[in-house]
Design a protein around this ligand. Structure first.
Ligand SMILES: Nc1ncnc2c1ncn2[C@@H]1O[C@H](COP(=O)(O)OP(=O)(O)OP(=O)(O)O)[C@@H](O)[C@H]1O
Ligand SMILES: O=C(O)c1ccc[n+]([C@@H]2O[C@H](COP(=O)([O-])O)[C@@H](O)[C@H]2O)c1
Length: 203
């Protein structure tokens, strides 16, 4: 009684992506980081307008959001946020993290990103601010070298996750060619792609 208890901050993982479509590479990366970093929750944040992919056709945000909800629904540790979709305009991770910090004042943020994305991070909007908003966790990805060279010391952790050579680009190409994506993406996402006739005209 009368003793002060130090408040322990929640540990909130943030997995940003275009998720066009979400696949098991994303889910394994989030699950592995959650376990290794003792995260309480991982929030998946589908991009609104991924400005560095503006030369590519991207599926409607609502489809990408719903596939992300379907893929994560069975895991009580996973949730999905609409903040990047509802903010409108180009999606900048600095905005994502500022908004999530405002909504989760009781949490430390851990932004999860693959080796390919980590290597581009200095080209991101407001790159100098990113490392004060969250701790960055770079995960291995087949075909890409994982390194924190040139990034602020202490701002980034690198970890190995089970290697799944899956990309959304490959999943879209497979659907366009009539090849199966079973077991590359969750079953519900296979059904959703079929129902909405996504990716049939790709490639
Ligand atoms: N197989 C994978 N293993 C580890 N990380 C991954 C994997 N696939 C994607 N990621 C990471 O997930 C995040 C979101 O990725 P994104 O939604 O762009 O998927 P993608 O498969 O890279 O898509 P695309 O092929 O359309 O570029 C990025 O940080 C990316 O590096
Ligand atoms: O903030 C930026 O300028 C920025 C530029 C490129 C990518 N990102 C983020 O990196 C994550 C993966 O992006 P992508 O386009 O590879 O799916 C996603 O959360 C994007 O919002 C962020």
């Amino acid at each position: 009684m009368g003793e002060q208890t130090a408040s322990v901050k929640r540990r909130l993982g943030v997995m940003g992506g275009t998720f066009d479509p979400i696949h098991h590479g994303h889910l394994v990366a989030a699950s592995e980081v959650a376990a290794q970093f003792h995260l309480d929750e991982v929030v998946f944040v589908p991009t609104g307008q991924p400005w560095q992919k503006s030369h590519k056709t991207v599926s409607p945000a609502e489809d990408r959001y719903l596939m992300t909800v379907i893929a994560t629904a069975s895991n009580p540790q996973f949730s999905v946020s609409r903040i990047d979709i509802d903010r409108g305009g180009k999606t900048y991770t600095a905005d994502t993290l500022r908004d999530l910090r405002a909504e989760n004042a009781d949490a430390d943020l851990f932004f999860i990103t693959g080796a390919d994305a980590l290597s581009q991070i200095l080209t991101w909007h407001d790159a100098a601010d990113l490392f004060s908003l969250a701790h960055f966790i770079g995960v291995t990805r087949p075909g890409h070298i994982l390194t924190d060279a040139g990034l602020p010391e202490g701002g980034v952790s690198l970890i190995e996750v089970p290697a799944l050579a899956i990309s959304s680009t490959d999943c879209r190409a497979r659907v366009a060619q009539g090849d199966p994506v079973w077991y590359l993406v969750p079953d519900g996402v296979v059904r959703y792609i079929d129902k909405r006739e996504l990716y049939r005209d790709d490639g």
